[in-house]
Structures are given as structure tokens and as C-alpha cells.
Design a protein around this ligand. Structure first.
Ligand code: NAD
Ligand code: MG
Length: 403
């Protein structure tokens, strides 16, 4: 029995769905983990509750007004938490010298700079924020190597693939190790059985009611359009250093198989479990060891059957757009990500039909004729331009919707 040093954690996006699952796992192992920093966007009441429970050294509210509110609440309570704000507060806590592990669970492009700060500080990074890799995969992976950061996937599919890859493979040359393909499973989302005509009318509420997973609103809509799977194909290419032609998607409605790796000798390895994000989170927190996550053991008899279907790219064109952007390379995936964020926000705001989400992304990719995206400045510039262009496409479609 080895006594381990307590691991100190920064949780970026502590008030979100992944943040909550992380805190749940961590609370089961008070001897192994201590929460040193927590961050959130605007919900100061929720972050204050979490501060009372976990008493971190630092709490960051990205929004300055929310930060003032949190600071006031903390002054009135008997805890010793320092409140920071803005992008600089987020990057500061991601790189604190006393922090060992950073859970990167901010949603969207807002997570890129804080997650990169953790990479540059050489931390162990638990990556939920897939958008960071979609925007800046090449640069991100180069920085991971340069700073000897340890990058562990939290996305359930990528965590499953990581577990099924040959031991010791960390983005090496997978084909030479016998890996033929990576197969990502997709639940198919809440509209798997909807006819194309029915998809025009679906509401944000219906899109956010995922059959198997309870998640934040943005990723819930992404799961409904299958853009989530598209972002995950891109994420897999960067994480595991493979070409998109080696990454396949299969619909598996039960979400019990979280993904598979197929080898040249015909072996196919899969990771199975109940669909609960505490499993990949506990896996990455304990890696290379194992620890209890709170997830019930898988009951194969009650699962009874595992089904598989092909993806219908005609009803769900977002997946095709993601494959095409990855194949195009350069700035295309950063543009795809930004346009998707704008389109999803507009859909949630009832300013865009569900079926217009891929149209907005397609418009944006055609309007910008993506060029180079080598450095961070260029990537952020493409991101900003894509947001403006996507917003124009949303506005045009909204006007048409009104007449
Ligand atoms: P969520 O919406 O529940 O939480 C998002 C968190 O990010 C919140 O704490 C919020 O305060 C913070 N945040 C949002 N905007 C911000 C901004 N502009 N600046 C700073 N902080 C901001 O989302 P989630 O479901 O927890 O997902 C988080 C990330 O994890 C996403 O990238 C998602 O794709 C990925 N992910 C989630 C799941 C899941 O089951 N929820 C599974 C796999 C991957
Ligand atoms: Mg996933």
C-alpha cells in the first residue's frame, strides 16, 4: 500500500454538468484530492455554495459583476477564498504552481486560453472542453509535447478509446501498433427516429432532453444535430494522431459501449459501462490506477441487447461538415466550431430553426475560404471573423422566418 500525496485540483467550469460530476467523484476521496480553485461564468450564487462546501483557495467568476457579488458573499461567510475575475483570472488559476490537476470543463471557445495556460504550466489536464482541440488541435498538441503536460480525455468516447489502445501509446504511430480504426459510438440523440420533415419544428426543450446523458445545453444541442460526434471525430484525430479516414462513427442507442478500437488481427476492444461521466472522470483522476467513482456496476442482463445502426448523414449533415473541415485542415475546424456556437445559441434563443444549424455552418465555411491557422493569434482571428459571418447568416435566416 502506497500513501499518495494529496492531489490539488483546479476545476474550470465547476458549476457545469462535468464540474458537478467531478466534485461528486472528488468528494468520495477526500484523502486523495483537494479542490484548490474553482471557476464559473455568471452563476455566483452556485459558485458561492460550492465555495462553502469545498473552501478553495481561489474562486473565479469570468463575469466581473458576478465576481463582485461572489466577493461580497464570501466576505459575509467564514471562509478564506480569494476571488478573481475575467480571462486573466481563469488563466491564473489554471497555471497556479500549487495545482497538480486541471479539469478543463468550460464549454466552448471560452475554454481554449485557460486550458492552454494549464498545458503551458505542464499540468495533468483532464480534457472535457473538446472545442479547444477543434479550434487549435495542432498547436495544442505541440504545446502538450513541449511542456510535457499529461493530457487525459474525459469525453466518454475518447476515454474509452484511450483505455482500449495498446499500453503506453500516447499519440504515437497507431497503425504501426496494429490499430486499424477507431470507432466512436453515437447515441443518435433525441431525434434519432425523427423524419426529416419533423426536424424543422423541434424545440430547444426537446433537443436538450437527451435519452441517455444529462449534460449542459450547448452539448445537448450538439448531440441532437450530431455535431457533437463531428467535434469528437476531430478531437480523436488530434488526441490519437490519426487521419479522419481511420475514425468511424456508428449509432449505438444504448450508450453502453462508449467506443471501440479495431486491430489488424481482427480483435476489437471496447469499453463498456453505464452512461455516467463519473466513470471517465474517475479513470482520469486515478490514472494509471483505478478508484471508485460512485457508478453502479453494469448489469448486462438488464441491458439485454446492444444495437448498432449507420448514421444518416442526410438528416444529420453536421457530421459530414465536421469530417470535411478536418480533411480541409488549416482554419476550417476553428471556423466550423465558431459558426456552430453561434448557430446553437441562436437555436436556443428561438432565432434559428434546428435544421438551419448546418446551413449557417456551411454558409460560414463558404464565406471565409479558410486559410492558414498556425499560431494562436490567427486562430482567434478566424474565430472572431467566423462568429461575425455566422451571425449574418443567422440574421438573414431569421428575417426570412418572420416574413
Ligand atoms: P455546462 O454548460 O453544464 O457547464 C459549462 C461550464 O462552463 C459552467 O461552469 C459555466 O459557468 C462555464 N462557462 C460557460 N461559459 C463560460 C465563459 N464564457 N467563461 C468562463 N466560463 C464559462 O457544460 P458541460 O455539459 O459541463 O460541458 C462542459 C464541456 O465538457 C463542454 O466542452 C462539453 O462538450 C464537454 N463534455 C461534456 C459532457 C457532459 O456529459 N456534460 C460529456 C463530454 C464532454
Ligand atoms: Mg462524448
Amino acid at each position: 500500500f502506497v500513501t499518495q500525496a494529496v492531489q490539488r485540483l483546479a476545476i474550470l467550469g465547476a458549476t457545469g454538468s462535468i464540474g458537478a460530476s467531478t466534485l461528486d467523484v472528488v468528494a468520495r476521496h477526500p484523502d486523495r484530492f483537494r479542490v484548490t480553485a474553482m471557476t464559473a461564468h455568471r452563476d455566483s450564487a452556485r459558485l458561492f455554495e460550492l465555495c462553502l462546501q469545498h473552501q478553495p483557495e481561489y474562486a473565479v467568476m469570468a463575469d466581473p459583476a458576478a465576481a463582485r457579488d461572489l466577493a461580497q458573499r464570501i466576505r459575509g461567510a467564514d471562509i478564506d477564498t480569494q476571488v478573481l475575475t475575467g480571462p486573466s483570472g481563469l488563466t491564473e488559476v489554471a497555471a497556479l504552481p500549487q495545482v497538480d490537476v486541471v479539469m478543463a470543463a468550460i464549454v466552448g471557445a471560452a475554454g481554449l486560453l485557460p486550458t492552454l495556460a494549464a498545458v503551458r504550466a505542464g499540468k495533468r489536464i483532464l480534457l472535457a472542453n473538446k472545442e479547444a482541440l477543434v479550434m487549435a488541435g495542432g498547436l495544442f498538441m505541440a504545446e502538450v509535447a513541449e511542456h510535457q503536460a499529461v493530457l487525459l480525455p474525459i469525453d466518454s468516447e475518447h476515454n474509452a478509446v484511450f483505455q482500449c489502445l495498446p499500453c503506453g501509446t500516447r499519440g504515437g504511430d497507431l497503425p504501426s501498433r496494429g490499430v486499424e480504426r477507431i470507432v466512436l459510438t453515437a447515441s443518435g440523440g433525441p431525434f434519432r427516429r425523427h423524419a426529416a420533415e419533423e426536424l424543422h419544428q423541434v424545440t430547444p426543450e426537446a433537443a436538450c432532453a437527451h435519452p441517455n446523458w444529462s449534460m449542459g445545453r450547448k452539448i445537448s444541442v450538439d448531440s441532437a444535430t450530431l455535431m457533437n460526434k463531428g467535434l469528437e471525430v476531430i478531437e480523436a484525430c488530434w488526441l490519437f494522431g490519426v487521419d479522419p479516414t481511420r475514425v468511424e462513427v456508428v449509432v449505438h442507442p444504448q450508450s453502453v459501449i462508449h467506443s471501440l478500437v479495431s486491430y489488424s488481427d481482427g480483435s476489437v476492444l471496447a469499453e463498456l459501462g453505464n452512461p455516467d461521466m463519473r466513470t471517465p472522470i474517475a479513470h482520469a483522476l486515478a490514472w494509471p490506477e483505478r478508484m471508485y467513482s460512485g457508478v453502479a456496476p453494469l448489469d448486462l442482463i438488464s441491458v439485454a441487447r446492444l444495437d448498432f445502426e449507420v448514421v444518416d448523414m442526410a438528416r444529420f449533415p453536421c457530421l459530414r461538415l465536421a469530417y470535411e473541415a478536418m480533411a480541409a485542415g488549416g482554419a476550417a475546424t476553428a471556423i466550423l466550431n465558431a459558426a456552430n456556437e453561434i448557430a446553437v445559441a441562436a437555436f436556443l434563443d428561438r432565432r434559428l430553426r434546428f435544421t438551419d444549424i448546418p446551413g449557417v455552418i456551411d454558409d460560414t465555411l463558404s464565406a471565409l475560404a479558410p486559410g492558414d491557422a498556425g499560431d494562436l493569434e490567427q486562430i482567434l482571428d478566424w474565430d472572431a471573423r467566423a462568429r461575425l459571418s455566422a451571425q449574418r447568416s443567422v440574421d438573414a435566416r431569421y428575417t426570412r422566418l418572420q416574413v
